[in-house]
Design a protein around this ligand. Structure first.
Ligand SMILES: Nc1nc2c(c(=O)[nH]1)N[C@H]1C(S)=C(S)[C@@H](COP(=O)(O)O)O[C@H]1N2
Ligand SMILES: [Mo]
Length: 219
């Protein structure tokens, strides 16, 4: 079992895991499809659609304990995910779609329309998981059913829930969080946003967090 749980990074405080995201996604509840598929396209030779069940069955399964750090300063610690190491997923996908070797970015999209762009280096790191289980049970719709990216070293906005599509890109493009996000979003470097240093955002987010939580707590 891979264990990336560590001390709290700068500017974070520990909380229990709750459903969260950008305010405009709070009301977009996803009904997981009976037969989920993952669409892979963009700067590739052969765009394809993979059956998620078949994909996971072909790859090694790993259980991993890691933390989720939201840019708004909360962290949920010691989450036990299970799924396929994304590095293995990436290898399988590359063989099928044949991406342009100059495409160094991957746009990930969820069934709710949420998007986030990751550097290929970051998404192919050792501790990135394509998870379908959390704490020994199938992933719930609240936390990303049927499938989510778990990217522990990046802020939560890179850990796309309800993952349905991957698009290889030559350049970074802002995802759903727009100017509020950082192309890399590394937690250790406090890359909360591409504008203004992390310690400034830390204070802004700490003040804004109660408001940001509101749409997720009222149904
Ligand atoms: N599809 C989708 N994925 C998403 C989001 C979202 O709104 N939709 N929000 C992101 C943000 S900002 C965070 S902090 C985490 C929250 O994960 P949780 O709901 O499991 O706590 O999901 C990330 N992935
Ligand atoms: Mo977040």
């Amino acid at each position: 079992m891979l264990d990336s749980a560590r001390q709290l990074p700068p500017g974070q405080h520990a909380v229990g895991l709750e459903r969260f995201g950008l305010p405009q996604f709070a009301r977009r509840h996803v009904d997981p499809p009976a037969r989920p598929v993952l669409t892979v396209g963009g700067a590739v030779r052969r765009p394809t659609q993979l059956d998620v069940g078949e994909l996971l069955a072909r790859l090694p399964r790993r259980e991993q304990r890691s933390d989720l750090h939201c840019v708004t300063t909360w962290s949920a610690l010691d989450l036990t995910w299970s799924g396929a190491p994304f590095r293995d997923v990436g290898q399988l996908i590359v063989g099928v779609v044949q991406p342009d070797p100059r495409a160094h970015w991957l746009m990930a999209a969820g069934l709710d329309g949420f998007q986030s762009c990751l550097s290929l280096d970051d998404v192919l790191a050792d501790d990135v998981l394509l998870a379908d289980r959390l704490h020994g049970a199938a992933l719930s719709p609240a936390h990303g059913a049927p499938l989510r990216l778990v990217v522990p070293a990046q802020y939560g906005y890179k850990s796309v829930k309800h993952l349905a599509a991957l698009e290889y890109r030559h350049t970074y493009a802002a995802g759903s969080a727009g100017l509020r996000e950082h192309p890399r979003g590394r937690v250790a470097q406090e890359e909360r946003s591409r504008f203004l240093p992390g310690f400034v955002w830390r204070r802004v987010w700490a003040l804004a967090l109660p408001v940001a939580r509101r749409p997720y707590r009222s149904r």
